[in-house]
Design a protein. Structure first.
Length: 236
């Protein structure tokens, strides 16, 4: 594989990412994906509706400063592909090994080739990792982007060996969110049964309240996520 083919593959990936983005925007309203997928993450920690970005930005695995690319850089520098294999499913290991070997070869051709090879490997690795989560890949995201409070807190907790700050962050956000939804529904609950307009105002508060509580419960019970199955596979 030469640098020209590598560049072409990046263009193809960009086009595919654009197609997936447009398809999502067109189909999401029909399947209610904005509420059910994005709401589970955004409502559960009280950060509101962030649209497509938060629906699929599960953590920060697609960022140039995220855990996947960070370990990928080290793998390329050391030649140790085993550093990245835990981030993909066993059935995808062959493709990752192939792209890794290609990248290591192309890197020797010069600085420009090295940059293209690294980027191609990062893109392939993140795309396959996200496919294992059931999520599309819309391209590598820039380093330093605002991830909100939850993801940095989760990472820092692992570094410090203490979950205390994460617990406080989540319990405070959940407490505030529950009270906000509950108060809105409770304040509109007593209305004249013959006042349809007032009844609709109550329903508009009741439905989000119940869904909010339901999603919190599902999340607390360990709502299905591909990472659980992915990392439970033998060989990782």
């Amino acid at each position: 594989m030469n640098t020209k083919n590598l560049l072409k593959s990046r263009i193809v990936l960009a086009l595919l990412a654009g197609i997936m983005y447009l398809a999502w925007k067109l189909l999401a309203p029909y399947f209610g994906l904005d509420d059910s997928a994005g709401g589970l993450l955004t409502d559960a920690i009280g950060v509101g509706n962030g649209g497509l970005a938060l629906v699929w930005a599960l953590g920060h695995c697609d960022g140039l400063d995220g855990p996947v690319v960070t370990v990928a850089r080290k793998a390329l520098e050391t030649g140790n592909i085993k550093l990245v294999l835990p981030w993909v499913r066993a059935e995808d290991e062959g493709e990752i090994r192939k792209v890794f070997d290609q990248a290591r070869s192309v890197r020797k051709l010069g600085e420009e080739a090295r940059e293209l090879a690294d980027t191609h490997f990062f893109e392939t690795l993140v795309r396959i990792h996200r496919a294992g989560e059931g999520a599309p890949f819309s391209g590598l995201q820039p380093a330093g982007r605002d991830l909100g409070p939850a993801v940095p807190a989760a990472d820092k907790a692992l570094e410090n060996g203490s979950i205390e700050q994460v617990e406080k962050l989540l319990t405070d956000a959940i407490r505030n969110g529950v009270h906000k939804h509950f108060d809105a529904a409770l304040g509109r609950r007593k209305f004249d049964p013959n006042d349809v307009k007032a009844g609709r105002v109550y329903v508009d508060a009741y439905v989000p309240y119940v869904h909010y509580v339901e999603r919190l419960w599902q999340a607390a019970q360990g709502a299905t996520h591909a990472h659980g199955q992915h990392h439970a596979e033998p060989g990782h």
